[in-house]
Design a protein around this ligand. Sequence first.
Ligand code: GAL
Length: 446
Amino acid sequence: MKVFTSIFLALLISCPGRDQAQKFSAMQKNIHPAQIWSDTNGNAINAHGGGILFFEGIYYWYGEHKLDGKSEAQYVDGGIHCYSSSDLLNWKDEGVVLTVDYKDEKSDLAYGCILERPKVVYNEKNKQFVAFFKLYLKGVGYETSNVGVAVANQPTGPFIYHHKFHGGGSPNGSGDFSMFRDDDGKLYHLTVRKPDKAFVIGRLDADYYYPEGDYRICEGIELHTEAPVVLKRKGVYHLLGSGSSGWKPNAARYFTTDNVLGKWTYHGNPCHGYNKIDSVGIEKTFGGQSSYIIPVQGINDAYIAMFDIWRPENPVTGRYIWLPVKWKDGNLSVESYPHERDRQKAIQQAEKDGGKNIQSFMEIQDRVADQSKGLYGANQFGPETWTQFMNVQTPMMQNMMNSYVEQSKNLFVQMQDKMQDQTRAMFSTFPFGPQGAPGGQKEDKS
Ligand code: GAL
């Protein structure tokens, strides 16, 4: 029976659970704004100017893939890099899902083009993932911009380049943008028009391929507003953006409206606090520029604002600042950084609650590995003995396998739950409010 169990355990090693356990060994437990963020392979995440898509229980982070060893002045853009995660902390590298064209000089994506700020939206009608990005053709520079459009049948691509269009209804196109999908599925392109830098809004067609109708000026939004991020909460549209100073950070700006096509109200700079790591305050948005706001799943009213710290001399080393969004009187603010003491306390709690199950899961996997080592190493069975043994034992083993698979499935589910709890606990270190748990949030009176 002991041998039999060992054989079974050996078989179990090759099941997907093993990979999963290895992945968790490099587990991140917290977000560290402005510091190097490694993916599950231990490599620094390379997804700048990015955005997040949540699809079927998984978050996908799409960003600019910056080529190693190049500066912004030296053709640094390599395409769109995608990472996936179930907890917003641990990101699996899904590779470059849209690459620039290194062979065809005439391609719109010919290497040397500028490909920036990718955002991916799911089009329910076509069951298609549509990627949008700023596209400046090779040799043209920043004068005339296009919106590049690429499509995929699954979130991890591959994305196929589809076409480009000039945003803003201008022959010079438009620059930084937000693709905002309203509750009714309508997709809006909010962007800074070239060359006058007016901030405008247009609606895309039902395929999310081209603008439909004219763009209109967003009344109340200052000229030169870049890096816009739009989200809707309790019927109000919120726009977080920056001023216009290229790769150099400037102060964030914030606007709201009840009607996305109507007049916006300006609320000044919504940031508070200080980035101690880089010694930068809110006059420079902690050294970053906005790129997206993530609605956190499973936590009521929780959002995370994403910013990029650009490093134009060596863009691949650019960092990310992720900070919690706080709500007061219906308006958002972004605070860097929560009190270290509270953060540490919450991390410890998360470890206490969430770590245990994951730990035991990994122990099981390790035991499996140990037991099987003897089996393979000692070479106890020759191929014939093995075949004979298998013929006799297969039905029995099948049964056991099924029950083990079932058990390990349950373990996975438990583990996922624990991870989600852990994520929640982690986010409670951010000032989402004292409760931080689903449904536990204080209602905003606004
Ligand atoms: C920023 C913009 C970036 C990049 C940069 C170039 O304002 O947000 O995406 O285009 O300018 O200078």
